[in-house]
Design a binder for this molecule. Structure first.
Ligand SMILES: Nc1ncnc2c1ncn2[C@@H]1O[C@H](COP(=O)(O)OP(=O)(O)OP(=O)(O)O)[C@@H](O)[C@H]1O
Ligand SMILES: [Mg+2]
Length: 257
């Protein structure tokens, strides 16, 4: 379980990014964190990983307050998560195989032979085995995103996967494909399954994968609920976010008639 207790963080010139944020999430949950650009979504993931420390408040991972930990202790806590970063998570000078294999080498004790086998299995699961010898620049955006997910998963068994804008910048079909992949990777029943947190401003993608939704505004959680509560929210600004959803549904309703 991840627990934020009254977490606040500000950057330069006292620019408050998160202000007294409290929430709990189980590792098996499927949570989407929504919010405008610059709203603190990536910062929230970085706090979970202990890559930044809060100015005040506590963050518990598995009951351990990580705000008190040393760098080396933080590394152990970080191993509980896999993260798919928002920006270019691939080594441009390495082909797909090496991008994935290098993670296995770093995070596991497998022999080279086993690593090759595991890497192929993983790429196969991600539907990109045929791209194994290609360089990142030769891949489409969607394929790059798949390799990035492969890198995040290589060699570790995370308790939870953190996706930072996993579908942004992709065409709707490819984004839908990545959503399917995210769902597949979180299959199974709680509490055994590996859950995820996806941070995104694309509500239409969030609803395809998540069961719980948190909306951040001005550094605070102003909404925390399920899909029905999200659909029916009275919050004017959040309704702008969910507007896309209603429009899509209206179109399909009308077409269905
Ligand atoms: N290390 C840092 N130093 C200074 N300011 C930072 C740092 N990290 C984040 N910020 C600032 O904090 C705010 C929130 O940034 P963050 O990246 O968390 O937003 P976001 O919700 O992920 O946005 P986006 O949707 O554009 O990815 C921004 O104003 C950003 O400039
Ligand atoms: Mg971000």
């Amino acid at each position: 379980m991840i627990e934020f207790q009254n977490v606040s963080i500000a950057f330069n010139n006292n620019h408050v990014v998160l202000n007294d944020v409290s929430f709990k999430v189980h590792f098996y949950e499927k949570l989407a964190i929504l919010g405008a650009s610059g709203g603190g979504k990536t910062t929230l993931l970085r706090l979970i990983l202990g890559l930044v420390r809060p100015d005040s408040g506590k963050i518990f991972i598995d009951g351990q307050d990580i705000t008190e930990l040393s760098e080396s202790e933080l590394r152990t806590s970080r191993m509980k998560f896999s993260i798919v970063f928002q920006e270019g998570a691939l080594f441009d000078s390495l082909n797909v195989r090496e991008n994935v294999v290098s993670c296995f080498r770093e995070y596991s004790n497998y022999s080279e032979e086993e690593i090759e086998k595991k890497a192929r299995e993983l790429l196969n699961k991600l539907g990109i085995e045929e791209a194994i010898d290609l360089m990142p620049e030769e891949l489409s955006g969607g394929m790059q995103r798949r390799v990035a997910i492969g890198r995040a998963l290589a060699g570790c068994k995370p308790k939870m996967v953190l996706y930072d804008e996993a579908t942004s910048g992709l065409d709707p079909l490819t984004a839908d494909n990545i959503c399917g992949l995210i769902r597949d990777l979180a299959e199974g029943e709680p509490p055994e399954r590996t859950g995820f947190i996806i941070v995104t401003h694309k509500v239409t993608d969030a609803v395809k994968v998540a069961e719980r939704f948190i909306y951040l505004r001005n550094g605070q959680i102003v909404f925390d609920g399920d899909i029905d509560e999200l659909r029916n929210t009275a919050d004017a600004e959040l309704r702008v976010f969910t507007g896309e959803l209603h429009i899509a549904e209206n179109i399909f309703d009308r077409r269905g008639r």
